[in-house]
Design a protein. Sequence first.
Length: 262
Amino acid sequence: MNILVFVKQVLDTETRIQLKDGVVDTTNVKWVANPYDEFAIEEALRIRERLGQGKITVVSLGPDRVKEAIKYALSLGADEGVHVKGDGVALWDPLAVATVLAAAARKLGFDLILTGKQGVDHDWSQAGIILAELLDLPHVSVVVGLELDPPGKRGVAKREVEGGVETVEFGLPAVITAQKGLNEPRYASLKGIMAVKKKVIPEWTPADLGVDPSAVGEGAAAIRFLEFSLPPPRPAGRILEGEPKDTARELVRILHEEAKVI
């Protein structure tokens, strides 16, 4: 079974965001594999283990630094990695990203595509869905359980819905977007980390994939960012001191007269 996993590199969620000239300042920040994509990587590894065979190829679109996300996936056990260079691509636009990734998928060939349900940077939750549409494939999102029957060309997925879990059947090939709870991602072994040093990661450009660069560039982007802004600072908290009976009375007064919530 040929499994493609699309991985995005994002700012570490523990990074303190700083703005410079109206955009996020990425100087001296830590970049990591998108956490939701980690569930996709782990699920691909488990599928290969259950089937006893298969090939996992990890693809990442972006600048040279995304190779670190690819190497991370390789250290976990992925077989191959491909870096699609993002120079000139509107990487914030889900349609542009999905267009390039769809072309990469066509070139590589696949039986299943896995990716995270969203990137934790822009939180669009759209690239995987658009990718499925461009490839004319069934798509199941927010998946927390997955069973496959490759010979039967079918699968069953459990997905989160409001207040419960929905179970759906789909045909293969398909695009699956992973949600937290699908699995517990493993840690890389020392052997896996050392093996990455021998791996060669090919580089492709959108043009190599038959994609017109102008069609996925900033000028063609359906979405444009106007400005980033941080939330206003929270006012300092108030500490009420004294006997419990007195502080309770004062708290009620504040909630009623000042906050006007009771």
